[in-house]
Design a protein around this ligand. Structure first.
Ligand code: PEP
Ligand code: MN
Length: 364
């Protein structure tokens, strides 16, 4: 456990905070797993045994749950602290829980919790993060490890700002957790990965460990293994995975939690990218290509939706579908954009013709 908790100076340059992190104090990959919420002593112990048997380094369980609507399961709170202590005594794993207020911090630290994490909704609230940072400083326990999840908006400055508040409060064992960003339209994810945001954080803070939470990104348990592998392929530093002994009965995030057995299978098949050669670079680039294609197809789907609305307007106004003058303007302006963007104009011309063909078909 101590190897997870070595203190390191995070900042040496006040103008460029967190850019000069010392050695990453955590093992790579840092594997954290456990239930979304602590529900009962029995459930906590069963999950902790499974997480330890799978070879993870830290056991997580949420005690205070941020819920969108009131009246749902909001966690059992401090009542779970003895369960976490028992889980730690039995398995030897350090424990982690989410804190959102100074009261949570004091209770978790008094209760023997080793890692605190700040949830996405809290990271977005600078007052709440400051309150947490102040509570850690006041407790004299700035040896505690703190994980900062990305804020709900894709804003790398806000994420970095939260890390800086903790750093200024004297916290030295810091890591970030990428859990994706809510998206407006229908997507394959609960929270869009937008990998460029955590990559930018890593670029700015090269030795800050950045973990990935495939459970909250995917939102479905089937998506978790692929996302976990993608995180390793892109060189992220660890994983936070939601694990529950009976996921379908979970009181929160039932759809995305996996069983301890599924966690073992996932970790057995996980390839950790330790090479520095071409294979790794190729995997990183292919991941970016996948993300680009995802964006291109999502934009095409939005375009076709607009096309159908135009089709309806034309029908109501008794207009012909193909308006050649408008199409000529579209082609001319897209070729101009192509030149500005350094794209081959023939390719863009062919592509626009194809898109136009499909748009006409959609309006028929
Ligand atoms: C969680 O980890 O259970 C959680 C609530 O996370 P997030 O803040 O990423 O939604
Ligand atoms: Mn959860």
């Amino acid at each position: 456990m101590t190897s997870l908790l070595l203190p390191v100076p995070l900042t040496t340059n006040a103008m460029n905070p967190l850019s000069d992190l010392a050695e990453n104090p955590f093992p790579k990959p840092l594997l954290i797993a456990g239930p979304c919420s602590a529900e009962s002593e029995e459930q906590v112990l069963a999950a902790a045994r499974g997480v330890a048997a799978a070879g993870c380094a830290v056991f997580r369980a949420g005690l205070w749950k941020p819920r969108t609507h009131p009246g749902g399961f909001e966690g059992v709170g401090e009542a779970a602290l003895p369960w976490l202590r028992r889980a730690k005594a039995e398995t030897g794993l350090p424990t982690a829980t989410e804190v959102a207020t100074g009261i949570h911090v004091a209770a978790a630290l008094d209760g023997g919790v080793d890692f605190l994490w700040i949830g996405a909704r809290t990271t977005a609230n600078t007052f709440a993060v400051q309150e947490i940072a102040d509570a850690i400083a006041a407790s004299g326990r700035n040896d505690v490890a703190v994980l900062v999840k990305n804020p709900v908006s894709p804003d790398v400055e806000l994420w970095l700002g939260a890390l800086q508040r903790l750093e200024r409060a004297g916290v030295r064992r810091l890591a970030a957790v990428h859990r994706g960003f809510p998206s407006a339209g229908a997507t394959a994810y609960r929270n869009e990965p937008q990998w460029q945001i955590p990559m930018e954080l890593k670029r700015r803070c090269p030795t800050l460990p950045v973990l990935v939470d495939p459970s909250h990104i995917g939102g479905r348990r089937e998506a978790v293994p692929t996302l976990a592998q993608q995180a390793m392929d892109m060189g992220f530093d660890g994983l936070m995975i939601e694990v529950h002994p009976a996921p379908d009965q979970a009181l929160s995030d039932a759809a995305q939690q996996i069983t301890p057995a599924a966690l073992r299978t996932l970790l057995t098949h996980l390839t950790v990218r330790v090479g520095t050669g071409c294979d790794h670079e190729l995997a990183v680039l292919r991941q970016l290509i996948d993300q680009c294609d995802h964006e291109v197809l999502a934009a095409l789907a939005r375009r076709m939706e607009v096309v159908r609305r135009i089709g309806q307007l034309k029908r109501e106004s008794n207009m012909a579908i193909v308006q050649n003058q408008r199409f000529s303007q579209v082609i001319a302006s897209r070729l101009e954009m192509a030149r500005e963007l350094g794209l081959d104009t023939q390719f863009v011309n062919d592509l626009m013709q194809l898109i136009h063909q499909e748009a006409v078909a959609q309006q028929l």
